[in-house]
Write a protein that binds this ligand. Structure first.
Ligand code: ATP
Ligand code: MG
Length: 356
């Protein structure tokens, strides 16, 4: 048998010496005392530990008193239970420093007593560090996305506030009010700056689905965005069906979808452009299309739309369409994008009227 598997003494010695995990044989003197009978030096040599004669030493001499006691507790557990023990434990060595090990202790039972223990210890320090870093970076990216999403949603109402302020400013001739407007403008800019620099982390509002008239949702969005459109002499025109339709939705989220899409349309349009917003319905679906005559999007770039942080704008966060997609998904709907460079873009939101 031994020959067949090639495990003669020389080969065993070779394996024992060079294997990179720590393998050791412990002699159980009594429940309190343990000696290292053999230890492979492969692992230790990896750290250029000078070849010390560890064999025959008490466990405390190798690990130090405190760590020795820690190891002895484990040995005792194996002896009392007469079972293999598997655990993870950290040890610190003068040359290697802090290392985390995945340890297995196997009792060798002779005449019903544990005479020896065989241990293997795999150094998992790097693995653990990598895992922790991964968890950390995942956490960070979730937090980052949340914060960015909320920051983004704050920007829209802020933009309309700034728009209204500009309107008031242009129609005002009162010196006192002029001063207030200046203060408000500075404050608004400050808010915007804070949002930009530190995107606030907060819990999203509770979502509440109900039936809402789609034309009312669009009207509210237009009211919000008209100020921004007016500033750039862009006209928003609408076309609604004769019979109003209701959609089962979370109205604030759906508003957010149309705000983001119409804002993009405004940003893509030249001064004096026109944006058409059309609602069409059939028995199952409501379609809202937003068409602009702006710069358009190349076929290649259409595929990138909706991935978080994809933006071609200097001050864009690239979250507008990603948020839209997420919300539309929740409504079991879909987003259709038709565009050609130089001609303009049509974005259609298709929503089921009812879904469970
Ligand atoms: N109507 C449109 N016309 C042309 N390009 C568009 C249009 N809508 C979206 N895009 C392109 O898609 C990109 C991503 O849009 P998205 O709304 O996700 O982010 P953004 O507008 O760049 O930034 P923000 O987070 O401020 O909305 C834009 O940068 C732009 O290149
Ligand atoms: Mg956008």
């Amino acid at each position: 048998m031994e020959k067949e598997s090639g495990l003669d003494t020389n080969n065993l010695k070779l394996i024992f010496r060079h294997i990179s995990d720590l393998i050791f044989l412990i002699r159980v003197v009594d429940l309190q005392h343990y000696e290292i009978e053999a230890i492979n030096e492969g692992y230790l040599a990896h750290y250029q530990t000078t070849k010390k004669n560890i064999s025959g030493k008490r466990i405390e001499e190798f690990l130090g008193v405190d760590q020795g006691i820690k190891a002895i507790r484990r040995f005792q557990e194996v002896i009392i239970r007469k079972e293999t023990l598997h655990f993870e434990e950290a040890y610190t060595f003068p040359e290697q420093g802090y290392r985390m090990f995945d340890i297995t202790l196997v009792p060798i039972i002779e005449e019903n007593t544990v005479a020896n223990l065989i241990g293997t210890a795999k150094d998992i320090t790097e693995k653990r560090i990598n895992e922790e870093q991964m968890v950390q970076s995942e956490k960070l990216s979730v937090v980052g996305q949340l914060a960015a999403g909320i920051g983004h949603e704050l920007k829209n109402p802020l933009t309309s506030l700034k728009g209204f302020l500009k309107l008031i400013d242009s129609e005002n001739s009162n010196q006192d009010i002029e001063r207030y407007i200046k203060v408000m403008d500075t404050e608004f800019n400050r808010i915007e700056q804070i949002i930009d620099e530190f995107l606030i982390l907060a819990k999203p509002n509770k979502i509440h689905f109900s039936h809402y008239r789609i034309d009312h949702i669009i009207e509210e969005v237009i009211e919000l965005l008209n100020a921004q459109a007016n500033m750039e002499s862009i006209v928003l025109t609408t076309e609604y069906p004769d019979i109003p339709s209701q959609v089962y939705c979370e109205n604030n989220q759906l508003k957010q979808v149309f705000i983001n899409i119409i804002k993009n349309a405004i940003e893509a349009s030249r001064d004096g452009g026109r944006i058409f917003i059309k609602i069409a319905t059939n028995e199952e679906h409501i379609q809202v299309s937003i068409r602009d005559h702006g710069e358009g999007i190349s076929q290649e770039d259409i595929d990138k739309l909706g991935s978080p942080f994809y933006t071609t704008k200097k001050n864009g966060t690239g979250l507008g369409l990603a948020i839209c997609k997420r919300i539309i998904d929740k409504h079991k709907g879909r987003l259709q994008i038709d565009s050609s460079v130089g001609q303009g873009t049509e974005i259609t939101v298709i929503l089921p009227i009812n879904f469970t």
